[in-house]
Design a protein around this ligand. Structure first.
Ligand code: AMP
Ligand code: MN
Ligand code: MN
Ligand code: MN
Length: 278
């Protein structure tokens, strides 16, 4: 079994449709692919032409708030039609629409117009800062995404609008109600010091979280080792995925993430008693 349990389609901030992701997964010998779009499950609501022999797992990546920090949780094996889940996602989608409207105002004050018109033409269900970054590049305002985040979209950026996501606890509970397993996404990307990271993982486990990602695109061996130890200490299962968004970003691809250690793999999420994919 070769899984990739984290990637994005063009229904959130990925660049490709679900069929493309499945084809790419097959080409890269991935057997199980979870599409985990930000705050939407549109990928599962539309017909797919072919699964290319890859098992598609219904997933979602939900933005939440913990200690005034933005944290991402992945739900895997979700019943995407669950009303409590859809209500929470609908709420996040509305917040995201208001957020880009406020960003458009701030950009206007900086002499940049046309964000909302640009966004309307996209195939996505949810708007993210990544879309706004693409707009700024196309507009000629910045050279690349890094610069877009540094100058405009990051916490100190000129068009930054604060987030208002659901609490970590509420999201864990909602994913559980939708029969999914809850995974703490890319814990090394939150810029937390060791103590805070440990606190997050401990809280997440106490609140009923099931697993944490210990491997993803761009992770260092040092961080992977630290995360594997934290997972073990909190009796969490482990998960892994590329967090793939775009085939033109050559440093990432479906199925490309460092292999977890064999000890960690013994506690892989597909060994969880409530996991239906194996
Ligand atoms: P949002 O959920 O609206 O805050 O958008 C966050 C998305 O933007 C993430 O899921 C990433 O795909 C992307 N992103 C965040 N930070 C950066 C960055 N520094 N450079 C490029 N992309 C980023
Ligand atoms: Mn993203
Ligand atoms: Mn994320
Ligand atoms: Mn992601």
């Amino acid at each position: 079994m070769k899984p990739d349990l984290h990637c994005h389609s063009y229904f959130s901030d990925g660049k490709h449709p679900p069929d493309f992701l499945l084809k790419r997964a097959a080409e890269n010998n991935v057997t199980h692919l979870a599409i985990t779009d930000h705050d939407c499950t549109t990928a599962f609501e539309k017909p797919i032409v072919s699964d290319y022999g890859v098992k598609l797992i219904a997933g979602v990546e939900i933005s939440c708030e913990w200690n005034n920090q933005e944290i991402h949780l992945v739900g895997l094996g979700i019943d995407y039609k669950n009303p409590a889940l859809q209500s929470l996602l609908g709420n996040q989608q509305t917040l995201r629409r208001s957020r880009v409207t406020l960003m458009a105002d701030l950009l206007h004050q900086n002499g940049v117009d046309g964000l909302l018109q640009y966004l309307k033409k996209l195939p996505c269900t949810v708007y993210t800062r990544s879309h706004v970054a693409d707009f700024l590049i196309q507009y000629g305002k910045v050279k690349n995404k890094q610069k877009a985040f540094k100058q405009f979209l990051g916490r100190k950026g000129k068009a930054y609008v604060t987030f208002q996501w659901q609490s970590l606890e509420k999201v864990i509970e909602t994913i559980k109600r939708a029969s999914g397993l809850t995974v703490l996404a890319h814990p090394g990307r939150y810029f937390l010091n060791n103590r805070k990271l440990e606190e997050l993982v401990t809280h997440f486990a106490e609140m009923g979280g099931n697993a944490m990602e210990v491997s993803y695109g761009g992770i260092t061996p040092l961080m992977q080792n630290r995360l594997e130890k934290l997972a073990e200490a909190s009796s969490l299962y482990i998960s892994m995925g590329s967090d793939f968004h775009d085939a033109e970003a050559h440093w990432t691809d479906i199925g490309k993430y460092p292999s977890p250690s064999s000890t960690a793999k013994n506690n892989a999420i597909w060994n969880h008693p409530r996991c239906y994919f194996r």
